[in-house]
Design a protein around this ligand. Structure first.
Ligand code: SF4
Length: 344
């Protein structure tokens, strides 16, 4: 655990200090599955196991997996032929799957099933010859993966302003899809602006912004309304964490900051602050939140109340490649033989 205590000073001028702790916060089902997939792959095949891109957008998680023997690469051509490679929770395009196969890699696909759902929608709408307006951040791995399912049919819409500019060939055959980790409110503004230009715009069959993103935004809206300061634990490249800062400011927090670690909390942020809201993005382990709470405790914020707006119990099974190998190992043990499918 990183040292957090002793850095922040208690400020006796401020009375009634308290913390409102948002729930749900932290790990979602897709992140949990992806991290466990890398750990299981390391256990089963031994180090190193390669991971294309950050398995989830959290520097602490990535560093811990590196310590256990994972090697993170940007592209599959950096992975030695025949090695095991895990695709991150954000998903990959078919071009990446093919490149891994051409290289003879043993790929383990840790794409979140809720991202895969959006991929399938893109494939289906492209097959029906729709033009797909994909609301999301250009350059984000998830957007690259989804767009790569139907590159000739997808146009990326980065923002509400982009919705006023985007051109389509046939306004009667247009559908919008979205990245899973966007601000719900901003996405709806983008959709409304698109619809004012293209009244026949089709909706996705179900919400693309995932349950975890939505739940964390609902919780921080409630907390922010009563908070002088909101601290969001999460990394700078974590889309849903960055959105939580924006949502907190929009819903009443006087100030909101994102930190990777407790030691990044600045003394001056606490000047005159009675109520601190705390939350964390979907890729953040709870230990990092506990360290922030410990730092706040040092500063006299000892009264912690959890504000829970939803229960979450969703869990995803491991990627099929690991399930298949597990079944192979069970069968081999039953026959008294060596495990099959063990790879390297
Ligand atoms: S944030 Fe949502 S889409 Fe992303 S991994 Fe978690 S559950 Fe899946």
């Amino acid at each position: 655990m990183r040292a957090a205590s002793g850095r922040l000073q208690d400020n006796p001028v401020v009375g009634q200090k308290r913390v409102l702790l948002a729930a749900p916060r932290g790990y979602c089902a897709g992140v949990d599955r992806a991290v466990v997939a890398v750990e299981k792959a390391l256990e089963r095949y031994g180090a190193p196991v390669y991971v294309r891109k950050q398995i989830v957008h959290n520097i602490h998680v990535v560093t811990e997996l590196e310590d256990k023997g994972a090697i993170f690469v940007e592209e599959v051509d950096e992975v030695p032929e025949g090695a095991h490679v895990v695709f991150s929770a954000h998903g990959v395009s078919p071009a990446v799957v093919n490149a891994a196969s051409d290289r003879g890699l043993h790929a383990i696909d840790a794409t979140c099933p809720l991202v895969t759902k959006v991929h399938r929608e893109a494939v289906r709408f492209a097959r029906d010859d729709f033009e797909i307006l994909l609301i999301g951040h250009e350059g984000h791995e998830e957007v690259e993966g989804t767009a790569g399912e139907a590159p000739d049919h997808v146009t990326i819409v980065n923002s509400p302003d982009d919705a006023d500019r985007v051109q389509v060939k046939d306004p009667s055959k247009v559908v919008w899809l979205s990245q899973t980790t966007l601000s719900v409110d901003e996405t709806m503004e983008t959709v409304n602006r698109l619809r004012s230009r293209f009244p026949e715009l089709h909706n996705p069959p179900s919400d693309d912004i995932c349950y975890a993103t939505q739940n964390r935004q609902v919780a921080i809206k409630k907390v922010a309304a009563a908070a002088d300061l909101v601290i969001v634990v999460g990394s700078s490249n974590s889309s849903n964490s960055v959105r939580l800062v924006e949502v907190a400011l929009e819903y009443g927090a006087k100030a909101a900051y994102r930190v990777d670690y407790a030691e990044e909390v600045q003394q001056e942020w606490l000047d005159g602050v009675e109520t601190v809201g705390v939350t964390s993005g979907a890729s953040v382990p709870e230990v990092l939140v506990r360290e922030v709470l410990a730092a706040l405790d040092d500063a006299g914020y000892r009264d912690v109340e959890e504000i829970k707006t939803a229960e979450e119990d969703l869990m995803f099974s491991l990627p099929k490649e690991l399930r298949q190998d597990a079944a192979g190992q069970r069968d081999a043990r039953a026959l008294g033989g060596r495990p099959s499918g063990g790879g390297a």
